[in-house]
Design a protein around this ligand. Structure first.
Ligand code: APR
Length: 316
């Protein structure tokens, strides 16, 4: 269904262009603008994707620019600009480079599309989401990071592969930061309602958890750069929930202000996504082990935020 909605995508690289392609093919919005510092790249991809719209019967128009005036009146801004991982790099290795890129972009986004809901995708995801919130001086609902949908999708795939059935029917839940300390939650995972713990042994579930944690690194080691189809899919789900005001529950990176016992930090938790962005945070009753794992994940994210704070990143 076509709505008169506008989405801006900052960064026309692998993730940004894939988000654009998917939104256009699904006719999720009326207008998309691709912004990149490399104007030719954004223009070329916009043209290429536009030429795929007609056979699909899509009326989505796609334009490209390196000027931020082009994002005016956007309902949603998806930030994918930055440097991706290379083999051997962790997401955290990207901290300083990508934090600076996000800072520069967010200042322009806030000025030109002040009311847009901002979805961050750039890694290290939890830290860049915090940077966007603070630099843009946004209310907490207006900035949300994409990671939990991707991590959950990876876990779902691993579960159906292990079972040999239930493809497309698995619902997995992954909380925590988008790093090696993410918190896959088998207790909240099921195959069309059948509890995962009734289908797989403890050992098999542990194996899936480990593979989920390293799912992104595995792709980097094969391709020499980071994944983009599944990350783009996660971002598209979030864009659509916001444009449709669907109030969908997804695990997303959001500012915690007392929820789960933590404050002034970003972490991945289930949220209700609607026209106002993060409309609610769902607080799951975690058992002691889950609480311990979540605490470790919060600590990892806080270490990154402290690195930024110590370098006076927010004062400059
Ligand atoms: N302003 C606008 N665009 C920028 C800027 C900037 N300041 N800096 C970089 N870019 C653009 C690059 O020109 C490039 O086109 O961001 C794009 C990034 O694209 P890729 O290098 O293909 O990276 P991609 O795989 O899309 O990943 C982008 O998303 O998943 C995360 O870890 C990933 O942080 C990475 C981000």
């Amino acid at each position: 269904m076509l709505r008169a909605k506008k989405v801006a995508i900052i960064g026309a690289g692998n993730v940004g262009a894939t988000v654009c392609y998917w939104l256009a093919m699904r006719k999720s919005c009326r207008e998309i603008v691709l912004v990149d510092i490399v104007e030719g790249l954004a223009k070329g991809k916009a043209l290429d994707i536009t030429q795929a719209t007609s056979p699909e019967g899509s009326h989505t128009t796609i334009s490209a620019s390196c000027e931020y005036e082009a994002i005016k009146d956007s309902d949603v801004v998806v930030i994918t600009a930055g440097v991706p991982r290379k083999p051997g790099m962790s997401r955290d290795d990207l901290l300083m480079i990508n934090a600076k890129i996000i800072k520069e972009i967010v200042e322009k986004v806030r000025k030109n599309a002040p009311d847009a809901i901002v979805i961050t995708v750039t890694n290290p995801l939890d830290a860049t989401t915090y940077v966007a919130l603070k630099v843009g001086n946004y209310p907490k609902n207006q900035v949300v990071g994409m990671a939990g949908i991707l991590d959950s999708a990876r876990m779902e795939t691993l579960i159906s592969e292990k079972l040999g059935f239930g493809f497309g029917q698995v619902r997995a839940s992954v909380m925590g930061g988008h790093g090696d300390d993410m918190v896959p939650l088998p207790r909240y995972s099921s195959v069309n309602g059948v509890a995962l713990e009734d289908l797989l042994s403890k050992f098999e579930i542990e194996e899936i958890i480990e593979k989920t944690r390293h799912g992104g690194a595995q792709i980097v080691s094969y391709m020499g750069t980071s994944a983009y189809y599944a990350p783009a899919n996660g971002a598209v789900k979030m864009v659509e929930a916001i444009l449709e005001d669907s109030k969908s529950v997804y695990p997303c990176a959001t500012l915690l202000e007392g929820e789960y016992g933590y404050s002034d930090t970003i972490n991945g938790v289930p949220v209700v996504l609607g026209a106002n962005g993060v409309e609610e945070i769902v607080e799951l009753p975690l058992n002691l082990n889950e609480q311990r794992l979540f605490a470790k994940s919060v600590e990892s994210v806080n270490n990154l935020l402290n690195t930024l704070k110590k370098s006076n990143f927010f004062e400059e």
